[in-house]
Design a protein around this ligand. Sequence first.
Ligand SMILES: [Zn+2]
Length: 323
Amino acid sequence: MANDAAAAHIRAREATAGRDLVYPPTPVPLVVGVYDNHTHLDPSTGSGRGDGITPLSVTEQLDLASSVGVRGVIQVGTDVATSRWSAEMAAREPRMLAAVAIHPNDTPDLETAGTLDDALAVIDELAGHDRVVAIGETGLDFYRTALDGRAAQFRSFEAHIEIAKRHGLALQIHDRDAHDEVVETLLRVGAPERTVFHCFSGGAELARLCADQGWYMSFAGPVSFKNAATLREALDVAPRALLLVETDAPYLTPTPHRGRPNAPYLLPHTLRAMADHLQTDVSLLAAQITSNTELVYGRWDAHPVLVPDAHTDPRISPAGGLA
Ligand SMILES: [Zn+2]
């Protein structure tokens, strides 16, 4: 409804009003690199959205990330347009792989409009692309979706699980206030071999359950927040072999830059917060997480990037990297 949209817009502006929108300085580089296995750099949600006062281009984002030891990212689509963008960008950028999906919060409207199946068909097609390595983010969000939208979320979630299994891809799960229903769905339908709880938001109990099932837990900025003791209890319980790390940029900026724009180059803050809490060496943890990440998604150089025609796309250098 228009009134709701206007109110949300005003709330967003108010939320932004008090924020420092200058991108934070780069952290001390990691000695052993890691991958950001969940970020949004697409123009509608990421760098191009203008979250920072001076938006960063994708190349600037990835160059900054490389400079601090973030070796690559998984760019995550949330609708048809951003999923297409993710697959196309990953096809020509060596530091990027893609995940494609319809976000659970978008599914009720698509279902009402009668276009959810068409959208799922696009995701199924994109899942066949070489550098698309995961289906996500999909799942259940009972925080932002009312009761009458849940049936559509369940249907879409189950369809995404099927697509992931049919294509042999990893699954990235968005679970907000829906732990029990997400787990129940995975067990009922059968989880893909590699299943990741993106931005893990449970406590020790969910972490134990994930550990029993061999499901991966990807921690984001909130694990570094002062008031996130429950998340750190989960981190204590999670086997190291099932740990992943992500930014979910441009959201969820880690301490000490909470409230400022987030970007993959800030991932070292989250990794160091995890290592601090676990009282382990950062490089040791980075090596473990890098190995886990490659087991889940494959290597970033497993499929070569397209070498585009420099004459038709001036943004692409002859070497295949974005200029
Ligand atoms: Zn996300």
